[in-house]
Unconditional design. Structure first.
Length: 566
């Protein structure tokens, strides 16, 4: 459940920290006091879209933090999947901070996460039932999800098997379409692939050939310079000239002369050893230089060939890859595609046979899903009708239509839609055709009551659920929300005293102006303050002795009814 909400610089809220309790929580206050801002802040911290106008005027950023108890196993599973640490006190601490620049920082238990991850977590923590949720329930395309959620235990295995086959079918369909294509386009693609394969094959490329050619090119293009350098080095080190002896001969003579005095000068031994090492190293270097210079010669014809070959290879690199290895891999890939297209008739025929077999298997699973859904729909209709009766729509008829289709869809072969007739003699109409605000709010509450336990979501917010209702119906709606609060933490934003008097905890949202700035605050009321607030809701701005007595009577009656609700 939601334990605490901390808000800074969000719309009219400067700095607010409020703790919440389990049970039925009611938020009330004057119109425009900021009740919707509290809900907006909760929506924001749970991952909804954010408008920079919600940053408090004059401030650079807004910050909202929500602290939940970890009670839903689905929440725990998502946290583990995203390597988010589990708090030692089993808390889920969500914070979101957004700057005027648009930069946003979102964290769960101290770890920064993406908004999509936040939404997947928050969907398991709290359900806000307002205008947006109404749209989800009204939209026929979502009705199959609600039915499947309600009957999840019975449908899970069938759905997993069906979707596995369905995904394979989609892959095969895609492959068939790719191979078949349009005749003109297919022929053009075959010709183009053959041209590319032939162009690459004509070069007869070898692995690392480009690297070897570059090395040869560097040597041949600088052959004269290299030869002169090697010859001069060889002469200086070994052959010498008429004017001077070579380094090799000079060093040999020095070693010989020093050896003559080493008996008389022992200290010279280390020097002689070092010079001998140098002598042998120079001798080895001379042999290497001789070998290299003998192999290097300038061949204009070979240089032209290498230059031309490098140019050809660079040409195909621009088209097919950055290296010869990339080019050869690309050739193998398009060769496989080319062979498939050349032999496409046979391949397509095989794929069609696989497709037909899969469709037969899918139809079997689709029929099993349909049978299960029909049974679930029967049970669901009865549950929803019972809830509709409770909220004053006892003359209504509700139907969950499950129609078996010939097409395959991701969730099966069924088209599911909710229908309702709110008055005797009226035909059943799609749920979205309900136009009465009072009827719609009660229908949505009835549906939510049925689905909320299946969601296993610990906290529920009812925002503007009292639209278009009053009197006895308002009392029924209040009792229904109290029933839900026995197993879930419930928040309700309301203007109706019949609903407010059923609360376990009552919060008063108010607005004040100080130094020409507006501030929204929220206060947890004690029993007397609750009586006064309900009296205000009954009588308007002026609270009289009579309205106060009426409020006390309402609360007393509500407490009596609450004791009867198990």
């Amino acid at each position: 459940m939601l334990l605490q909400l901390n808000i800074k610089n969000f719309a009219l809220i400067e700095n607010l920290s409020i703790s919440f309790d389990d049970g039925f929580n009611v938020l009330s206050g004057e119109t425009g006091a900021g009740k919707s801002i509290i809900i907006d802040a909760i929506n924001y911290v749970l991952g909804s879209k954010f408008n920079k106008d919600l940053i408090r005027t004059g401030e650079n950023k807004t910050f909202v933090e929500a602290i939940f108890t970890l009670t839903n196993c689905k929440t725990l599973e998502i946290l583990k999947q995203n390597d988010i640490d589990i708090d030692v006190n089993n808390l889920v601490i969500i914070s979101r901070e957004t700057f005027q620049s648009g930069k946003s920082i979102t964290k769960v238990n101290g770890k920064s996460i993406l908004i999509n991850t936040l939404k997947s977590i928050s969907n398991t923590l709290l359900d806000i039932h307002g205008q947006h949720e109404n749209q989800n329930l009204l939209s026929a395309e979502n009705h199959i999800d609600y039915v499947d959620s309600y009957g999840e235990e019975n449908l899970r295995e069938f759905l997993l098997n069906y979707r596995e086959k369905y995904n394979k079918l989609c892959e095969i369909e895609s492959k068939i379409n790719e191979l078949a294509g349009k005749d003109g386009e297919r022929d053009k693609l075959i010709d183009f692939l053959k041209y590319q394969i032939d162009e690459i094959n004509s070069l007869k490329l070898k692995e690392n050939e480009d690297v070897e050619l570059e090395e040869k090119y560097k040597v041949l293009s600088n052959a004269e310079k290299i030869n002169n350098t090697l010859n001069n080095s060889y002469s200086c080190l070994y052959t010498g000239s008429e004017e001077s002896m070579s380094i090799y001969d000079n060093l040999g003579m020095v070693i010989k002369d020093l050896s003559l005095v080493q008996e008389n000068l022992p200290k010279i031994n280390e020097i002689i050893d070092a010079l001998k090492d140098a002598y042998y190293n120079i001798e080895g270097g001379i042999e290497q230089i001789r070998s290299i210079k003998d192999d290097i010669f300038y061949d204009e014809g070979e240089l032209e060939y290498i230059n031309s070959r490098i140019y050809q290879i660079n040409g195909v690199k621009k088209k097919y890859g950055n290296s010869i290895d990339d080019i050869l891999k690309y050739r193998d890939k398009i060769k496989s595609q080319y062979d498939e297209m050349i032999n496409s008739s046979e391949i397509i025929e095989n794929l069609k046979n696989k497709r037909n077999n899969l469709m037969e298997e899918l139809k079997v699973y689709g029929e099993k899903l349909h049978k299960e859904r029909c049974e679930i729909a029967e049970e669901l209709q009865l549950r929803i009708k019972s809830e509709l009766d409770f909220v004053g729509l006892e003359k209504s008829t509700f139907k969950v239509s499950v129609e078996f289709q010939t097409k395959f869809y991701l969730n099966g072969m069924d088209k599911i839609q909710f229908y309702i007739s709110t008055n005797p003699g009226e035909p059943l109409k799609p749920l979205e055709k309900v136009v009465s605000g009072g009827e719609l709010s009660r229908i949505m509450l009835a549906l939510k009551t049925v689905f909320v336990d299946k969601d296993h979501i610990p906290s529920v917010i009812f925002d503007e659920i009292d639209t278009g209702i009053s009197g006895r119906i308002a009392q029924c709606v209040a009792e229904k929300m109290y029933v839900i609060s026995k197993n879930h933490q419930v928040f309700c934003v309301t203007h109706l005293p019949q609903i407010a008097c059923m609360s376990d905890i009552h919060y008063w949202v108010s607005k004040k102006v100080k130094d020409e700035k507006t501030y929204t605050t929220i206060k947890k009321m004690d029993y007397q303050e609750k009586e006064y607030e309900i009296a205000r809701m009954i009588g308007g701005s002026e609270v009289t002795k009579l309205t106060l007595e009426h409020a006390k009577e309402l609360i007393k009656m509500a407490n009596s009814r609450k004791k009867l609700i198990i």
